[in-house]
Ligand binder design. Structure first.
Ligand SMILES: [Zn+2]
Length: 110
């Protein structure tokens, strides 16, 4: 990996983190439990429960992605960064740009 590539990936990670943080805040806000005495009616309540589980799943995904990205950011100055932890092959830059948190090459991840 060249220094330019490393730099591009680092910028991409920072960009993704900046995008995820407000998204996580938004999801946290909308997944807050609705008080049972809220007069939203039974149908809306059912709707709310369904939406809530979808949003909670999205929140969980976003939180674990953020952790992966923060880890990648901490690691990307490392000489080993971009090397598959499974087989030691270089992970293609295109893959690292799409998923900077990936620690394995495509073959090993499958
Ligand atoms: Zn591999």
């Amino acid at each position: 990996m060249t220094e330019v590539e490393r730099d591009t990936i680092r910028r991409k990670i920072v960009q993704e983190i900046e995008r995820l943080k407000p998204e996580i805040e938004r999801l946290k806000e909308i997944t807050k439990p609705v008080a049972p005495d809220d007069a939203i009616g039974r149908i809306s309540r059912m709707d709310n429960i369904v939406n809530n589980s979808v949003n909670k799943a999205a929140l969980g995904k976003a939180v674990s992605r953020l952790a992966g990205l923060e880890y990648a950011l901490a690691q990307c100055g490392n000489p080993d960064f971009g090397t598959c932890i499974e087989c030691g092959a270089a992970i293609p830059t295109a893959r690292l740009l799409a998923m900077p948190e990936s620690a394995m090459c495509v073959a090993c991840a499958e």
